[in-house]
Design a binder for this molecule. Structure first.
Ligand code: HEC
Ligand code: HEC
Ligand code: HEC
Ligand code: HEC
Length: 422
């Protein structure tokens, strides 16, 4: 997989950033760009370089690959996961991005439907009515097109979870078979190629393609990075942009046939799109303004003292720690302007989820970084009477809450411990 990313990046450099030269040469060739399944990852996913993804790069690449009048842009939905205020802000930010980019169709997924009809109506409005689903009969408080016709395509989207949420939206669920049959029949009548964005995995997509061989393309969900080649089932191509908005898929279509497929990872070589960057900044500012960090739920006190309380007796350990990356972890977030983002701060300070942990207004010294107690646990009792209250032994397990694959893909205990040993 590393080889694939590396190679793609290299090829993109050589090609002077993927220009669909062949489609410009042939005027009847259409470009289809597919991204999505953002799952709330508006900024590049992962903390170590190279970070992949993010809406700023996505917007830049989509604009770069767009051949005016010959491009259809699709978004596979699932803007965010949860139901909290931050998920709402993320979904609204994405909706504004869809509008700004002129995305042609967005799959209305269960994630958006679960926000409830009032919120969904707001998102639909912000998006410029780009969200579509076949799973629910249009009607009720939120309006959407059953399908969207663009260029040679008829685009529909089907997420069973959206149907389950239909009652929330005041609409009637449509059985899956009825929904796909209607899409295929309408496409046939209009002489368009039917495209289905669906919530299932590759296996489910294959089954759907076998049942509906006239579908030209199925966009499915996958937790794996976008594949180097599309899956094929009869005449139907099956593709997935992969999870967390890390890639854009580029397909070319001419005279009823797919010509080319490329999965383009959103690596650091792609410069940020200014409009998307402004939207992202607005989102981060909103998170700060609404004080979402201050509202993070907290558990019982953990008996935290702060790293500075350990200095007097463990001077060497303190000095080693103070010189390490951990000691400046919150500063790193300040530089990114995300030091008030609940998505980030938990792993970059001590005890955000505890009553006596890091609290932004107070900024207790020694809790405003990854501190001694991030790994050793609360030391308040130990500080006053070290022998009566010995600290427990810790090891590799103390790293794993933060050094998870998404944020620390190169983590290896032996070599990492070597850099901070004390
Ligand atoms: C007043 C002095 C003092 C302070 C302050 C202090 N310690 Fe200690 N610490 C000790 C002593 C003494 C021992 C050795 C205790 C023993 O051998 O049972 C020790 C042992 C430890 C150990 C080793 C446990 C082991 O099994 O080897 C850890 C870890 C530790 N302290 C962490 C901390 C942390 C974290 C802080 C700050 C929150 C802290 N200490 C503050 C005096 C202190
Ligand atoms: C509370 C979360 C947290 C825990 C627990 C944690 N880390 Fe970290 N670690 C971080 C963060 C955040 C950074 C990045 C700091 C920065 O650069 O701003 C980091 C950075 C590092 C780095 C620097 C990487 C580099 O290449 O410069 C090393 C090494 C490291 N951690 C080792 C460990 C080890 C070993 C453990 C367990 C014993 C551990 N960490 C536990 C959050 C954590
Ligand atoms: C699950 C814990 C976790 C979360 C959540 C998290 N980080 Fe990190 N972050 C880490 C760890 C661990 C490292 C060190 C990674 C390494 O060096 O292997 C790190 C490192 C970084 C770095 C330093 C990269 C470098 O190489 O200098 C930046 C910047 C960063 N994080 C930003 C963020 C932002 C922005 C967010 C929120 C969108 C975030 N982090 C959320 C754990 C986390
Ligand atoms: C990133 C996680 C992490 C941080 C931060 C951290 N430690 Fe540790 N510390 C460890 C681990 C893991 C060990 C046990 C390593 C081993 O011996 O296997 C350890 C060992 C120790 C020991 C015992 C050393 C021995 O000889 O057995 C002391 C004392 C200690 N740490 C104190 C501190 C103090 C004080 C701080 C803050 C100034 C601190 N640590 C910060 C993870 C951490």
């Amino acid at each position: 997989m590393r080889v694939f990313w590396g190679l793609s990046a290299l090829l993109m450099l050589i090609a002077g950033m993927v220009r669909p030269a062949d489609s410009q040469a042939a005027p009847d060739t259409w470009t289809l760009l597919i991204s999505g399944d953002t799952q709330g990852y508006l900024s590049p996913c992962g903390c170590t370089k190279p970070m992949i993804g993010g809406i700023r790069r996505r917007a830049a690449l989509v604009r770069q690959l767009t051949v005016p009048g010959r491009t259809v842009v699709l978004e596979a939905g699932r803007a965010s996961g949860g139901l909290g205020r931050q998920d709402v802000l993320k979904t609204e930010t994405l909706a504004q991005l869809w509008q700004a980019l002129g995305v042609d169709a967005v799959a209305l997924s269960g994630a958006e439907a679960r926000l409830g009809s009032a919120q969904l109506a707001q998102v639909q409005r912000l998006s410029g009515d780009r969200m579509t689903t076949l799973a629910v009969e249009p009607g009720g408080d939120v309006t959407w097109e059953r399908w969207i016709e663009r260029g040679p395509f008829l685009i529909g989207s089907l997420d069973p979870a959206a149907a389950q949420a239909a009652t929330l939206l005041g609409g009637t669920p449509v059985p899956e078979a009825t929904a796909i049959a209607a899409l295929v029949a309408e496409a046939e009548a209009l002489e368009k190629a039917p495209i289905l964005m669906m919530d299932g995995n590759a296996e489910a997509a294959r089954a759907t393609a076998r049942a509906w061989p006239k579908l030209a393309l199925i966009i499915y969900r996958s937790d794996e990075q976008a594949a180097a080649d599309p899956l094929k089932e009869g005449q139907t191509w099956l593709v997935s942009p992969g999870p967390k908005g890390k890639a854009v898929l580029q397909l070319n279509f001419r005279e009823g046939e797919w010509l080319r497929y490329q999965a383009l990872p959103l690596g650091p070589e792609i410069e940020d799109d200014p409009e998307a960057a402004a939207l992202f900044r607005q989102y981060v500012d909103q998170v700060r303004e609404e004080q979402l960090l201050e509202q993070v739920p907290r558990g019982a006190a953990a008996g935290l003292a702060g790293s500075d309380a350990c200095m007097s007796c463990h001077n060497d350990a303190y000095n080693t720690w103070h010189a390490s990356a951990h000691a400046k972890a919150l500063r790193t977030l300040e530089q990114e302007h995300q030091d008030r983002d609940p998505d980030c701060v938990g792993c970059h300070v001590v005890g955000l989820d505890r009553a006596d942990g890091f609290n932004p207004p107070e900024r207790v010294t020694g809790l405003d970084a990854v501190g001694c107690e991030s790994c050793h646990g609360g030391g308040k009792a130990h500080v006053t009477a070290p022998f009566e209250n010995p600290m427990p032994k810790v090891g590799k397990e103390s790293c794993m809450t933060c050094h998870v694959p998404d944020h620390s893909p190169t983590f290896d205990y032996e070599s990492y411990w070597e850099k901070i040993k004390h």
